[in-house]
Design a protein around this ligand. Structure first.
Ligand code: SF4
Length: 374
């Protein structure tokens, strides 16, 4: 059964690695948008536990617990299992099968040229990332996405500008897959993939859409730097978790970075370069924003009172999220059940894609697999 009202809508697919408790950067960077999309599309949101293994295979002891943690955060933030499908990637093993089949047609050079591949190989020194799994993660990502495509229906991936090349690569892989395994007559099979495409185009024919090419749903997210002005990250110790209590929020915001040029109380400041003001933008009313902006520029207010007002509003915003999280935290069996029901809905959708894929890749084998036994 699909969530009510979603049949016939375009589909959206997105996932997150289970890295532990989420912080407010995750909310404004992704979850806020996910919550909104639930009402506009048929949404599939998954915990990418196999993706976690591509970099953290040496210690998988926390992965299962982190899957429950992240799903609990999602529910606290407003994902609603009646309006979206939430599941854990490894509970839908079809993702691995499709990953394998995509790997058969993907040139090695496409994967080696992915910018984040080289960048991470150079920057991450404490792990050995010279593995096939790490090289192939963009293909696993492609399998995750295109698994939920339905011919004739739009398939979207919500991403920021920097992620657009990844989706473009998924589209190229899909095109190559569809042309490789299309049921052509002998003459066409003798041609290279590129020659097949141009021959079909000349004859006004199209390539069968066994898999659906995904589209980008460009998402603008607000700026939410960490308390030290760098990108918000748990590993930089500059984040506010979605479960943070009032006292640590006050303590962390009290020492937040401000406009570095405002050295003394009497110096006017520039709110446009101040992380505290970025946070005001998210949590404060229009009235407080005007008070902070004008007060900063004229030195009518000091940074201490400006931060305290922002912290009050942040606490007011986070309190209901924290409450809802506590409710779900007290019922881990319910969270697990939501994920199990989501996985069974996802498997039903994945099964339809894999039936098309299996029939295209090795037609006789697919018919054997589905023939009546005995
Ligand atoms: S007054 Fe507020 S906005 Fe201005 S520099 Fe200080 S903390 Fe930032």
């Amino acid at each position: 059964m699909v969530p009510s009202g979603s049949a016939g809508k375009g589909r959206v697919l997105s996932g997150m690695r289970p890295t532990g408790r989420l912080h407010i950067g995750h909310f404004f960077g992704a979850l806020q948008n996910w919550v909104r999309l639930q009402d506009e599309y048929e949404c599939f949101y998954f915990v990418a536990d196999w993706h976690a293994l591509t970099t953290d295979y040496a210690d998988s002891s926390q992965v299962a617990a982190n899957c429950i943690e992240i799903a609990t955060d999602w529910l606290a933030c407003g994902l609603d299992p009646a309006r979206c499908t939430m599941f854990v990637q490894s509970w839908v093993p079809e993702h691995a099968e499709l990953h394998l089949l995509l790997s058969m047609v993907t040139p090695l050079g496409w994967l080696e040229r992915v910018p984040t591949y080289k960048e991470q190989l150079e920057n991450i020194r404490d792990k050995d990332l010279h593995t096939y799994g790490f090289l192939g993660y963009p293909l696993l990502q492609t399998a995750d996405i295109v698994m939920y495509g339905v011919p004739g229906r739009a398939l979207f991936v919500p991403v920021g500008e920097d992620q657009v090349p990844h989706v473009e690569m998924s589209r190229e892989v899909v095109r190559r897959f569809n042309i490789s395994f299309a049921p052509y007559e002998e003459e066409l099979r003798q041609l290279s993939l590129e020659a097949r495409v141009s021959r079909l185009a000349n004859e006004g024919k199209s390539v069968p859409q066994t898999l659906v090419e995904p589209d980008v749903l460009l998402t603008r997210t607000p700026r939410i730097p960490g308390t030290d002005g760098r990108k918000m990250s748990k590993s930089y110790n500059n984040a506010i978790s979605l479960t943070e209590d009032d006292d640590p929020i006050r303590a962390k915001t009290r020492v937040m970075m401000t406009d570095p040029a405002r050295k003394r109380r009497a110096d006017p400041g520039n709110p446009d370069v101040c992380p505290v003001f970025d946070w005001h933008n998210l949590f404060s009313s229009a009235e407080t924003l005007a008070w902070a902006r004008d007060g900063c520029r004229t030195a009518a207010i000091g940074c201490i009172e400006c931060k305290a007002a922002m912290a009050d509003n942040l606490i007011r915003w986070i309190a209901p999220v924290r409450e809802r999280r506590k409710e779900y935290e007290a019922q881990p069996a319910r969270v697990r059940q939501i994920l199990e029901e989501g996985a069974s809905r996802a498997r039903a959708a994945a099964g339809q894609t894999m039936a098309r894929v299996r029939a295209a890749v090795i037609p006789q084998a697919a018919s054997r697999l589905h023939a009546p036994q005995g």
